[in-house]
Design a protein around this ligand. Structure first.
Ligand code: S3P
Length: 372
């Protein structure tokens, strides 16, 4: 520590060997709290991610009148039913959570009370027009700051209509916001995506008993059904596993076993990319947990080489690019990524942050030939 600032000292490490379980999946944890809150009956969530984002979502539902008890990484959620939320007494704070704010915008758009969603400085700079626009087409009334920025003021509305929404952006958050509004809408709501994204909302709606049909890149449901309480066992987060997959790949002599990692095919693009680079990662004991495919991942050190990352993989590894950039920096040869502009509008500009970090690491390095 110097002057209140925390300095990190890093040095070459020894081989990474052993077994570990990383924390629960963030996307699944958010959705589990949301659907359990709106279900009829009590749900138990195990493996809940103890992170600021997911805690903010749970706290919001408490403010909306839902009883949630915490016991370690478990949450007991006393569901209030689809129409049982209570009007909040003031703004609802999503903290840093883009997923929380976007999904909640959809979910709150069809409530019989008004609400306001706020976030921290970084979330307050993130684009919300991408969810506001389709929700307005469903009849929602949502005010934002200029440019579609938070805070979002959502008016009371009991009159949403289903729509067919062709999204221009491959985003599970947009798709989920529209589907969650669709629970409250008259008629059918359908979403199509330009590239398939993670389908956690769809799978979890199905697990909570809501009739829904979906496949890669599309989903369809209609309003007016009920959610039944269900226990959810959250798989380990592939994003957290990603750092260990890269670290063990690049450090000679390493061998790690990561237990029960969520293997939703829309999340594992990094695995495919690392394998193209020559990584030695095997899947063991494939199974299912909380309606999601899981496996133990065994990773051993391997020599990595640079690749042209297939554009199709980009949405499937959108949260793992920082780890990929580290692998790419240590691989032999050049790695090229394109079609990843969405990285600019995450909680940080992930391209800029990684460029700064990697340059600091190798101060003599040249500027990359083009922007990513
Ligand atoms: C998420 C979807 C992704 C991802 C985010 C979590 C989700 O965002 O980056 O960390 O849980 O739906 P986009 O849908 O905006 O790509």
């Amino acid at each position: 520590m110097s002057g209140g600032r925390l300095d990190w000292l890093a040095g070459a490490g020894t081989p990474l060997r052993g077994e570990l379980s990383v924390p629960g999946d963030k996307s699944v944890s958010h959705r589990a709290v949301m659907l359990a809150a709106l279900a009829e009956g009590n749900s138990r969530i195990t493996g809940f991610l103890e992170g600021e984002d997911t805690r903010a979502t749970a706290a919001i539902f408490q403010r909306l009148g839902v009883r949630i008890e915490a016991e370690g990484a478990q949450r007991y959620v006393h569901g209030v039913g689809l129409h049982g939320l209570q009007p909040p007494s003031g703004p609802l704070d999503c903290g840093n959570a883009g997923t929380g704010m976007r999904l909640l915008t959809g979910l709150l758009a069809g409530q019989g009370f008004a609400s306001e969603l706020v976030g921290d400085a970084s979330l307050s700079r993130r684009p919300m027009g991408r969810v506001i626009e389709p929700l307005r087409r469903m009849g929602a009334e949502i005010d934002s700051e200029p440019g579609g920025l938070p805070p979002l003021r959502i008016h009371a509305n009991n009159d949403l209509q289903g729509i067919v929404f062709e999204s221009q952006i491959a985003s599970a958050q947009i798709k989920s916001a529209v589907l969650l509004a669709g629970l409250y809408a008259a008629g059918e709501t359908a979403v199509r995506e330009p590239h398939p994204t993670r389908d956690y909302t769809e799978r979890m709606l199905e697990a909570f008993g809501w009739p829904i049909t979906f496949g890669p890149g599309w989903a369809r449901l209609s309003g007016g059904h009920r959610l039944r309480a269900t226990d959810v066992d959250v798989p380990a987060d592939f994003s957290s596993a990603a750092f260990f997959l890269v670290a063990a790949s690049v450090i000679p002599g390493s061998e790690l076993l990561l237990r029960r990692v969520g293997m939703n095919p829309r999340r594992t693009g990094l695995l495919a990319a690392l394998r193209l680079m020559g990584a030695d990662i095997t899947e063991e004991k494939p199974g299912e947990q909380g309606g999601e495919p899981v496996a133990d991942l065994r990773v051993r050190h391997a020599r990595l080489r640079g690749i042209l990352v297939p554009t199709d993989l980009v949405p499937d590894m959108i949260d793992e690019f920082p780890a990929l950039f580290v692998a790419a920096a240590l691989a032999e040869g050049r790695t090229v990524v394109s079609g990843a502009a969405e990285l600019r509008v995450k909680e940080s500009d992930r391209i800029a942050v990684m460029t700064t970090g990697l340059r600091a690491w190798a101060p003599g390095s040249k500027k990359p030939p083009t922007g990513l």
